[in-house]
Design a binder for this molecule. Structure first.
Ligand SMILES: *Cc1c(COP(=O)(O)O)cnc(C)c1O
Length: 355
């Protein structure tokens, strides 16, 4: 589990800005807590992590990450449970995945004491920033970037790991309408689709922008070779309900291994809902929505939890999905997951980590 933190150097703020937080008016990713964590890795040696007042950092314009994109991140959440405790959800999984991303990007592993210990220290200091409210949470953003001042293309020798935290509310106000992408790709075999590296998100902006101009909120990505199989949706894993059974693409080098995805699959099994990790073909799903055998399509990820789609656009036609009700599979999964995180039901899976 989580071991003791190394000696963090802590410089607390003189006065908290938490008064700026209005739990009813949270705009995702715009307000940051009082403190941030900074840890530098110099020639392979991790230096003492520091916790400082949140603020700008100055860098030389030649740092490698700005030019060649050696940069990775994680996205996770802390919650206030029904007893008022601050809890994190499966933080070890984010820690492991972060270091998998690091390896693919030739970056150093971050020690557990810095990643998990750092989150714990920060959350302790900034616990008043974890907002009340059923749909609210504190979004945690660990990230690392190459900091060598050097314009040659090679793995950097120096890196900076940081954690910042930002209050989060509900993500999408309306169920998104999504477009099946059959021209652009997110990931190809042998590439970096399974890593949470910054460049993946930069590359997805243009196809997403084109889809938005056509009236869609988000994309459904298909495989790079044939565009016949679903992979993900935007920055979420994707689920389908066909004849009452849950289908989701199995993870591969082109699919980010979502922690929400894994949690929902385990919850579904515990609720005796049949699940299958398999190839999911665009044609079968489109035909299924048209005939009524496919009743739900939804995305799953930390930011959204579960996001049911209202319609799937394919080759110029919109295939409208039935409205979601409390008895929909996505509602059952979402409620079960939220209840575990909020401490409303027993944490049978051992997912909740109290800070
Ligand atoms: C982060 C992310 C997900 C969701 O992962 P979670 O661990 O559930 O938050 C899915 N796909 C992509 C591309 C992602 O970046």
């Amino acid at each position: 589990m989580i071991t003791e933190a190394p000696a963090f150097k802590i410089s607390p703020v003189k006065e908290s800005r938490v008064g700026q937080l209005d739990p009813d008016k949270i705009v995702f990713g715009t307000l940051f807590t009082d403190h941030m964590l900074v840890a530098d890795c110099v020639n392979g040696e991790w230096q003492t992590p520091e916790i400082l007042p949140y603020g700008s950092i100055a860098y030389d314009p030649a740092i490698a990450s700005l030019h060649y994109g050696q940069s990775i991140f994680e996205g996770m959440k802390a919650f206030k449970n029904v007893d008022g405790d601050v809890v994190m959800f499966r933080p070890e999984e984010n820690f492991k995945r972060f270091n998998i991303s690091a390896e693919r990007m030739c970056m150093p592993s971050v020690p557990e004491e810095i990643f998990l210990g750092g989150l714990r220290e920060l959350l302790n200091l900034d616990r008043n920033w974890v907002p009340d409210g059923d749909d609210n949470s504190l979004y945690l953003r660990p990230f690392m970037f190459a900091s060598d001042v050097y314009l040659g293309v090679r793995p950097s020798l120096n890196y900076r790991f940081m954690i910042i935290m930002s209050p989060a509310g509900q993500y999408y106000a309306e169920p998104p309408k999504v477009k099946v992408e059959t021209e652009f790709i997110r990931a190809a075999e042998g590439g970096v689709g399974y890593a949470k590296c910054a460049g993946n998100y930069a590359a997805s902006l243009y196809p997403a922008k084109l889809a938005q101009e056509q009236g869609y909120t988000q994309l459904l990505w298909t495989d790079a070779k044939t565009h016949s199989r679903f992979e993900e949706s935007g920055t979420m894993n994707v689920f389908f309900v066909k004849d009452g059974k849950i289908l989701t693409p199995k993870t591969s080098s082109t699919i980010l291994k979502g922690i929400t995805r894994d949690s929902l699959l385990q919850i579904a099994k515990s609720l005796d809902i049949e699940v299958s990790e398999q190839d999911v073909y665009v044609k079968d799903i489109i035909d299924g929505i048209a005939s009524g055998s496919v009743s739900e399509v939804f995305g799953a990820g930390t930011a959204v939890v579960v996001s049911p789609f209202s319609a799937v656009g394919f080759e110029g036609n919109d295939y409208v999905l039935p409205e979601i009700t409390e008895s929909s599979v996505s509602s059952k999964l979402k409620n079960a997951l939220n209840d575990i995180r909020k401490g409303k039901t027993e944490d049978r899976f051992g997912w909740v980590y109290k800070v």
